[in-house]
Design a protein around this ligand. Structure first.
Ligand code: TYM
Length: 333
């Protein structure tokens, strides 16, 4: 049976990229009737230095973001990774399956470690083994993510295939990444060749899920564009990175496609299109940030949801981990 798993790092500051590339699509999948598990990957977060109080707050805020976007703990299993120890347990086995050479090729490691690789945590290097465990400890078949996670899902497939091959079993499924929709790679508002990211030093480069209406409008008004009118067909966006990005954002927010959006707005200049985009963004995002703030007033309720989600997640993960232990040859008594 199909099973969906995905995760987001609670490192503070959810962006429009996280929302359109991931969270909004988590909700779509939840409502399509398949079994869905969505995780706050706090153990991945500490691969980079985190202040403990900030990590706690960011984990609860991410949970609030999930709930405010429309994830329903009655329909989806929502939990934080560290409350399900089976992830780390299977992650260790996968550290022994993954090859140094595979991990060495990961672009996220190269980006995050920067120039000073000697000083990066070992956890940052083996991050993808734990990510593979997140997915495979549930035998998840589909993983909705943004484009930037594609390489990690390919590694997950390689790990599953090598485990199956080395132990002569057909145990772990070969998971499919689900990278769909108009906003699989939302770009910076200041530079259409860079990904929108919570770690960009310029706050004007991104829209945060917690930005108020005026801030959203201001950031869109100041977003980099070109002087030309919008084309009426997508081919006309060729080489116009910033224009393409704003059209993609509009389409994703509106559950539409770039083609359909351009049919409507082709011929408009940015001074006409930007206010339309602001209005749409505020209409879609304000209810979410309002609800997030409301939910954050009762963190005990959030913690309760995460605890209950973790218990449900463990029910699925535990027998799969037991089987993996048996396959590997660990004595269980
Ligand atoms: P993270 O926390 O960096 O991002 C969470 C999700 O948001 C997507 N995303 C974007 N999508 C479109 N445009 C953008 N500008 C943009 N920025 C971020 C990401 O692609 C991701 O889907 N390694 C993962 C977390 C993880 C995970 C997993 C995901 C850990 N275990 C298992 C799936 C399955 C990460 O760092 O995502």
């Amino acid at each position: 049976a199909p099973r969906v798993f995905s995760g987001i790092q609670p490192t503070g500051g959810l962006t429009l990229g996280n929302y359109l590339g991931a969270m909004k699509r988590f909700v779509d999948m939840q409502d399509s009737g398949v079994e869905t598990l969505y995780c706050m990957v706090d153990m991945h977060a500490i691969t980079m230095p985190q202040d403990p109080d900030n990590l706690r707050r960011a984990t609860r805020e991410l949970a609030a973001g999930y709930l405010a976007s429309g994830l329903d703990p009655k329909k989806s299993i929502l939990f934080n990774q560290s409350q399900v120890p089976e992830h780390a347990q299977l992650g260790w086995i996968f550290n022994c399956v993954a090859r140094m050479g595979w991990l060495n090729r990961m672009t996220q490691f190269k980006d995050k470690a920067g120039k000073n690789r000697e000083n990066a945590s070992a956890g940052l290097f083996t991050y993808p083994s734990l990510m593979a465990a997140d997915i495979l400890v549930y035998h998840a078949t589909h993983v909705p993510v943004g484009e930037d996670q594609k390489q990690h899902i390919e590694l997950t497939r390689d790990i599953a295939a090598k485990f199956n091959h080395d132990y002569g079993v057909d145990f772990f499924p070969i998971t499919e990444p689900v990278i769909e929709g108009a906003a699989t790679r939302v770009m910076s508002l200041r530079d259409g060749s860079k990904k929108m990211s919570k770690s960009d030093p310029s706050d004007a480069s991104r829209i945060n899920l917690t930005d108020d209406a005026d801030t959203i409008a201001l950031k869109i008004r100041k977003a980099k564009t070109d002087p030309d009118a919008l084309p009426s067909e997508v081919e006309g966006l060729e080489g116009r990175l910033e224009a393409r990005n704003l059209v993609n954002i509009y389409a994703a927010l509106d559950d539409s496609t770039p083609e359909a959006v351009l049919k409507e707005v082709g011929g408009k200049v940015f001074s006409e299109f930007k206010p339309m985009l602001s209005e749409l963004a505020v209409a879609k995002l304000s209810p979410i940030s309002g609800e997030m703030a409301r939910l954050m007033e009762d963190t005990a309720e959030i913690d309760k949801i995460l605890g209950e989600g973790a218990a449900k997640a463990r029910k699925i993960a535990s027998p799969i981990l037991d089987k993996a232990y048996d396959i590997v040859g660990f004595v269980r008594s």
